[in-house]
Structure formats: C-alpha cells, structure tokens
Design a protein around this ligand. Structure first.
Ligand code: BGC
Length: 761
C-alpha cells in the first residue's frame, strides 16, 4: 500500500517505539495517539445492529454501561429481509448514532457462514449462503460508511462456532474456503471497501488467523485489493511479531508493555524488517485520517425516527412459515376475544447476549402494541403460560392459559428461546424450544385450534416436534427494540410479511450436513461436509426439511412467467455476461413483496457441486395485479468453481440450468443454458493415467502413434484389449511401463511426456 503523503512524512519522524505503540490500542476501545506529532486516538465500538459504546474503561463482556442506542433487528433477522436497500438504511442510522457519539469505527458487520444451527452467535450472522451474506454485509458497510464512520468486517475467517473459539483449528480445504467461507468476505471487501477487517480468533488449518499471511496478505490484500486496516478480534493475538509479519495491523485490546516491546526488539535485532512496521503504521495513519476527515458537526439524532425505522425493518425481517386457512392476518371485530399467551408477549426477547448487546432507547411490548392496535370492542386477554427462566412446567400458569385459550376466538402464542439458551461465547447443544413451552402449546391446541405461534429466537429452532399444533407460525427472530410493534403490525395485517429464510430449518438437528463434524475435538474441527453447507447439503442428500432456504409466505400470492436468458460476450475474452429476466405478478388482493431468487446448477460438473446455488436475488414490491420484470446479470464467476488443481476459479463449458423461484425448493421456472469455454489445459506426464492420455486429443494421438497398429489397422498392446483397459486404465502410464506386452516401455513414457509438452508449447 502506498502511504498517504502526510503519512510518509510522519513515519519518517516517528521513533521505532512510537511506531510500535501505534500497532496496539491505547486501551480497550481506542487507538494510540502520538501527541508530539498531532496523531489523535480514535474510538471503536461494537455493533452493528445498534451501537454499543462503552465508556473507555468499560468491562467489555459486561452488558451494562453502554450509552442508549437504537437496537435494530440482529443479523439473523436482517438476513431474512433479503433487502440490501433496507440493510443499508439501518447502516446509515447506526452510522449517524456512531457519529453523534464520536465513534470512528463500528465493529461489524459479522458475516460468518451459519455452518451449524448450534453456533451460539448465529443470531449475529446473516445466512448459510455466501451470496446473501456478502450482499447484505456489503449493504451494511455502505450504509455505515456513507456517514463517515468506518466498519470492521468480521470475523475473518472460518469462525463458525463458539466452542474453543480462541484455539480451535478450522480444518477446511481450499475449495470450501473459497466457495463458502471466504466468498462473502470477498464480495463485501471488493464491493463495499470496509475501512477495517477484523481477524477471527481461531486457527485455519493450523495457523491462527491473526498470524495467517495467506489469509491477511496474499488473499485479502493481494487478491482482493483490500486497502484498509486489519484489526485483531479482542484477544486474538498470541505472537505480536508473527502477526505483524502476517499483515495484522492493530492489536486489540493492547498487551501494553509486552507486544510493543516485542515489536521494538524484533526490529532492533533484525528479526522484523522495519519496512513491514512502516507499512503497518501507514495503514493505521490512513485509518486515523479517514476517521478524522469529516469535520462537519455530529448529526442531531432523532430517536423517534430511528425507532420507526427499527419497526419498519422488523416487519420486513419476519418470516411467515405457515398460514393454514389464511388464519393470518387477524381481522378482529368488536366483541371478539384474542387470547395472547406467553411471557415473551409481555417480556420481549429482541436481541442476543455478548459483545453486540445494545442498551435500547426504548422497547416495544407486543401485548401493549396489540391492545392499542385492535379496533374498539376487541378484547385482548393475556396469560403468561410459562416462565422464561426455567423449563419446569408451572401447572398454575399453564392451566390459566389453557382456560383463557378455550374462551377466545383466536390464540396468539409467543414462544422462543430464553436469553440463556444462546449467546456469544458458547454453542447450543440442541435446537429445541424449551420443554415447558412445547408442552403448553399442545394443551392450548386441544383447547382451541385457531392457534398462531410467534417466535423470538436468534438461531434456528426445530419445528417438527410442535408445529402441528399451530395453524400459523410467524418467525420474528430477534428483531430489535421495536419487535413488539412489528409483530402487532404483521398479525393485524398493517404490514404484509416479506421475510424469507436465510437458513434451512431442518426436521432434526441430525440432518444438518455439519452434524458429524461439529464442534470438533482435540483442538480441531474438520469441515468434512466441504462445500455442502446448509441447503447445498440438504439438497445434495435429498433430505426433507421443515422449511427450505429462501422460504417465506405472504398475505398475497405471486406468479412467475417468461424466463429468458441472453448470453453476451465470451468467457475466453473475459466479458461473458448472462442476462436473465422473468416476470413476476402479484396475483392476490393486497400489496406485497416477493423475493425472486435465481439459482444455478452445473449439469456436467467435473467436480462434486451442489445441486443448485443462489447466485442473485431481488425483492420486489407489487400492488395487486401489478407485474414487473426482474433482471439479473451473471458473469463467469457465477458458473465457476474453485479448482484446487489450477489454483483459481474455473469455468468449464457445458450445460447449466438456471432456475428462478420463491425458495430453493419452490422453483417456478427453469431454463437450460450451454456455455462455451475453452478446455482446461491438461499437463500430461508419466503420472497421468492411461485414461487421461486417451481423453486428451493430442495425448491420445501421440499414444496411439507410439503403441502402433497391426497390418489390419487394429491397435496393438493395451489399446487392443478393451477389457484390460477398463481394469488398468486408471494406472499412471509410468506404472504400466513395468507390465510386459502393453506396448508402453520407460522410453515410450519419456518420449510421450516430451512430445506432449512440446505440443503444448
Ligand atoms: C467479539 C467481537 C467484538 C469484540 C469487541 C470479541 O469478543 O468476538 O465480535 O467486536 O469482542 O467487543
């Protein structure tokens, strides 16, 4: 990276000790100043679904003590919106709050892939899919940074569990890393250019992310052109000098007196080239420059407007999973009685615990919101039904709720995960709702069949052992401080659900593709399912699920028509573009939003590929009867896989299938497409098998010539014996040289190798 001009002159004036000090924070939340040269400290704070600004000497893990801020829906909810524009608006609002609080960098978004439903931080992550994670992560970055506030894209990379998170080695093959675990980071870094990236705690294939030169320098900076600063996750640095050499710029929180001293000694003893230190310092100074560039006065905050945005956002995030008999929306009229049951209706759960926990400016209570929104004369009665703190059955609470349900026209039951069930710092051990809630539900269903369940949980919960009791299920996730108001809007039809699942809801935890390899043991977690993460795995295995990736209902309906594909340019010229269009019509009687999803299938893949992969999506808002044309542009990368053989993305020509639809298992239209691409150059030598020689036109001609034919033109040696070829066709030809009578001697192998390489130039 070239240093900004004032940075170059500053660096030349800094002592080695001062340079070392800049590679560490000054305290928990601030970078180090160098007052002598007018270099200020800047402040960072957690996010990103709301600002968590703690006082300088905050307790970090403690939740209290952060300044009030708007708590927006957490990432698992935002992910379900499938709406980059909306996420961008949330980013802008968080950015305004950060600017108002003098915070220079908000530590988020987190876009780690949801590998297992058990990951304790799934509520902080967007999706099991890298395209969705990358697009929404980029939108959050763009929104925040448009306010002159930086972001920290985290946790780079392969931090997909909390178990042993500071030490575990994520053992992942490179293709899986590239296609699944790095792809979202790549998209967000190249499109949205975050000011900083936060490295993860864990190791990747045995090397800590904080010391991983391949990850931080070769890929992030070299391949993706990242020009920002890499900050450690809090406590992720173990060897400051190794981390510096790998490309880790800023250690947080600082190991004062230890890490800085180690850097100085390493430079003085020649262990570390001072130029590496200078490049790091230049990146720190650039961040300080960016953070101090905006000299406008901080914005005046409008807490009401941000609360309203939080409410509107929460309505877009909820996923209507089922809605038998069109039970929702409710249409209560004077004289009706709605029974609201569940402690969560009165004591909302709307965010997760740990470093992202926000001190909200206010909190909507669903019960109050429902009561104030129903028409006059409608009774909204309430019973707690269960206690949140324990899973023991409280018979008195349950009996009261069942009696209430029996007297009501409709029953709305608020269920979910208690805060203690999911948090940063530990993984879950199961994905069930608490026993007392499930037991209550079955009794309520006996008392009243018109039963709606409203869910509050950050990570996916199992539905298959209770959903038969409910006619309608509305998954609200952890939807921020206005979750209660949003639930009322959705239940009563003031808002139309438009969220779609950003992760598959399996029938059982055991069906999840990572199940046998999560969370690992003895310091290692093996990503044995490879690229078959989430729906990629369920689909490849043909496993039924409760609700597939991309699923979500609406109070209206949509029809798809006229799928077209147009190919422009050529892969070999680097300008291949496939344009895909389709028409979507709102066929119902109310306005609503549809998420149009485009999946690609490689029908002739030479490597194991998922049955289908999301490549693009669009959320469209349509009036009843309205039709719109949705168009997508795909490039070569959308048809490629990461080839470990070539060490690059590879598009192999042939047949592909494009499918558009309302979920990964509700594909409405498909189109076949043939893509032309030059064959991969193959290197043929003695270790190439007989079959590989024969599959290559040049190799086959050379081999046939070398082995020769009899007077009748019949091939000699091995080429004349088809049965034997089946048996030993997968032998390298140099191994066949020892077999008599095949027509391939050692000198033939040498000559063939030379000729094949000469033919390739
Ligand atoms: C978390 C990060 C967070 C940091 C600072 C770490 O424990 O993993 O996500 O930004 O703390 O609070």
């Amino acid at each position: 990276m070239s240093a900004p001009s004032n940075a170059s002159s500053l660096i030349s004036q800094l002592t080695v000790e001062e340079k070392a000090s800049l590679c560490l924070g000054a305290n928990f939340w601030r970078t180090a100043p160098v007052e002598r040269l007018g270099i200020p400290a800047i402040m960072v704070s957690d996010g990103p679904h709301g600002l968590r600004k703690q006082p300088d000497e905050g307790d970090h893990a403690g939740i209290s003590g952060s300044v009030p801020a708007t708590c927006f829906p957490t990432a698992s909810a935002l992910g379900s919106s499938w709406d980059p524009q909306l996420v961008r608006r949330v980013g802008e609002a968080v950015g305004r709050e950060a600017r108002a609080q003098g915070v220079a960098v908000v530590l988020g978004p987190g876009i780690n892939i949801k590998r297992s439903p058990l990951c304790g931080r799934n509520f902080e992550y967007i999706s099991e899919d890298p395209v969705l994670s990358g697009a929404l992560g980029a939108a959050m970055i763009e929104g925040l940074q448009s306010q002159g506030v930086g972001t920290s894209l985290k946790h780079y990379a392969a931090n997909n569990q909390e178990t042993d998170r500071l030490r575990v080695s994520a053992d992942v093959d490179e293709r899986t890393l590239r296609e699944i675990y790095l792809a979202g980071f790549e998209y967000a870094v190249t499109r949205a250019r975050p000011w900083t990236v936060m490295c993860s705690y864990n190791k990747i294939n045995g090397t800590y992310s904080s010391e991983n030169h391949w990850l931080l320098t070769t890929v992030l900076r070299g391949e993706w052109g990242f020009d920002g600063l890499v900050v450690s996750d809090w406590g992720a640095v173990h060897d400051r000098v190794a981390a510096l050499a790998a490309g880790l710029d800023l250690e947080m929180p600082p190991n004062l007196g230890v890490s800085d001293a180690a850097i100085v000694t390493a430079v003085r003893t020649g262990q570390l080239d001072e130029a590496v230190l200078d490049a790091t310092v230049a990146r720190v100074l650039r961040l300080v420059d960016r953070a101090t560039a905006n000299t406008q006065p901080p914005p005046i905050l409008d807490a009401d407007a941000h609360h309203a945005l939080a409410r509107a956002t929460a309505t877009e995030c909820a996923v209507l999973l089922k809605n038998e008999d069109d039970l929702l929306p409710l249409h209560p009229a004077a004289g009706d009685n709605i029974a609201v049951i569940g402690e969560f209706a009165r004591t909302p759960r709307y965010q997760g615990a740990g470093s992202s926990q926000v001190n909200p400016t206010r909190v909507d209570v669903a019960l109050d919101e429902l009561r104030s929104a129903v028409p006059d004369g409608v009774e909204v009665s309430f019973a707690a039904g269960y206690g949140i703190g324990s899973t023991d059955r409280d018979e008195e609470l349950a009996a009261e709720a069942v009696a209430l349900a029996g007297r009501a026209g409709t029953v709305v039951v608020f269920l979910g995960l208690p805060a203690a069930d999911e948090s940063e710092g530990f993984d879950r051990t199961h994905m069930d709702l608490p026993d007392n809630q499930r037991a209550l539900l079955s009794r309520l269903a006996e008392a009243n069949p018109n039963l709606v369940v409203v869910l509050a949980n950050g990570s996916a919960v199992r539905l298959s052992n209770w959903e038969q009791h409910a006619k309608a299920v509305l998954e609200c996730w952890l939807s921020g401080q206005a979750a209660g108001g949003a639930a009322a809007d959705l239940l009563l039809g003031a808002a139309n659900p438009s969220g779609r699942l950003a992760e598959t809801l399996p029938l059982r935890l055991e069906d999840n593709p990572s199940y046998l390899n999560f969370p690992g043991e003895a310091g290692h977690v093996r990503y044995g399912e490879g690229v078959f993460v989430g729906y990629r795995g369920y689909d490849a295995l043909g496993r039924p699920v409760s609700y597939p990736f991309g699923h979500g209902l609406s109070y209206t309906s949509f029809a798809y028509a006229d799928l077209t594909t147009t190919v422009a340019g050529r892969h070999q010229d680097g300008d291949l573009v496939v344009t895909v269009t389709c028409q979507v019509t709102n066929t119902g009687d109310r306005r609503g939003k549809e998420v149009v999803q485009l999946y690609v299938r490689d029908c002739e893949a030479p490597v194991a590929r998922p049955v289908r992969e999301l490549k693009a999506f669009a959320k469209v808002d349509l009036d009843p009867g309205e039709t719109t044309v949705v168009d997508f542009s795909l490039t070569a990368r959308d048809f490629s896989y990461w080839s470990t053989k070539v060490g690059d993305w590879v598009l192999e020509g042939g047949a592909f299938e494009l499918a558009v639809g309302a979920s990964s298992r509700d594909l409405r239209l498909t189109a076949a497409l043939d893509i032309d691409a030059p064959p991969l150059p193959t290197r043929l030598d003695g270790m190439s098998t007989l079959q590989e020689w024969l599959a290559d036109p040049t190799g086959s001609a050379l081999l046939r010539k070398a082995i020769g034919a009899d007077e009748a033109g019949r091939p000699k040696g091995i080429l004349g014996n088809e049965e034997l070829m089946k048996v030993i066709g997968n032998f390298p030809i140099s191994s066949l040289a020892a077999f008599p009578g095949l027509g391939i001697g050692h000198s033939t192998v040498r000559a063939l190798t030379d000729e094949a390489s000469a033919a390739r130039g």
